[in-house]
Write a protein of this length. Structure first.
Length: 219
């Protein structure tokens, strides 16, 4: 598992150098959704510490034991979060990347103050205006940020998943502009097929799955 990690890390560094950025300013999140503890452990042993999961329930089945062995792990929730799972999520995850609606703002505002773990949330933007995808509409972003700030949600930045099959650069550039316009520095963008482009356009967090683990298992 060291080889894929080294390869991805090297590619991030190369993209950062082109953009005259420091590779150390970009956090690599290994997307471990659908992969079991046995597949995750080699990456942990190779030094990877930030991991992404899509579902609260799935994470609960494998991470308590892994965290017992590697207590400095940082878990990121990158999938959609139901409001009724907010309390459970903030106890398990350090960072949530899918804040996208007022009802979730309210649920997180109630859950975060008493949580021991959750440090920050990214607001997910439906950057391509796709009906089938989660995320706040671009037109609704300003209002949602006002609500989140009013509720004292710790905001890390913005997150997006560009439409498939289309050049992602314009969408990454738009997310970067939106973040700058709203005084946010964090940009969670870029996956296995496009993380180098994301890095060159300012990504601070890249979410890489198949390039680290190989083909995804089906749950």
């Amino acid at each position: 598992m060291e080889q894929p990690l080294a390869q991805v890390t090297s590619r991030i560094a190369a993209a950062a150098a082109i953009a005259r950025r420091k590779a150390s300013d970009i956090k690599l999140i290994a997307v471990s959704k659908t992969h079991d503890a046995a597949a995750i452990r080699p990456l942990l042993e190779a030094g990877q510490r930030a991991f992404g999961e899509n579902r609260v329930q799935e994470a609960a089945t494998k991470w308590p034991e892994l965290r017992g062995a590697f207590p400095d792990v940082e878990l990121h929730l990158i999938g959609q979060l139901q409001s009724n799972k907010a309390a459970e999520a903030v106890e398990m995850f350090d960072v949530i990347h899918s804040l996208d609606r007022p009802s979730l703002v309210a649920a997180l505002a109630k859950a975060i103050p008493g949580a021991n773990r959750c440090k920050a949330c990214f607001v997910q933007v439906n950057i391509g205006g796709e009906a089938q995808k989660g995320g706040c509409a671009v037109a609704d972003l300003a209002d949602l940020l006002v609500q989140a700030r009013g509720a004292r949600i710790p905001l890390a930045g913005l997150m997006c998943v560009p439409p498939e099959g289309i050049e992602p650069a314009p969408f990454f550039a738009l997310l970067a502009k939106l973040a700058a316009d709203h005084g946010l520095s964090g940009l969670s963008m870029g996956m296995s097929g496009d993380f180098e482009t994301a890095v060159m356009l300012g990504a601070t967090h890249v979410r890489v799955g198949s390039a680290m683990f190989g083909a995804r298992h089906t749950l």
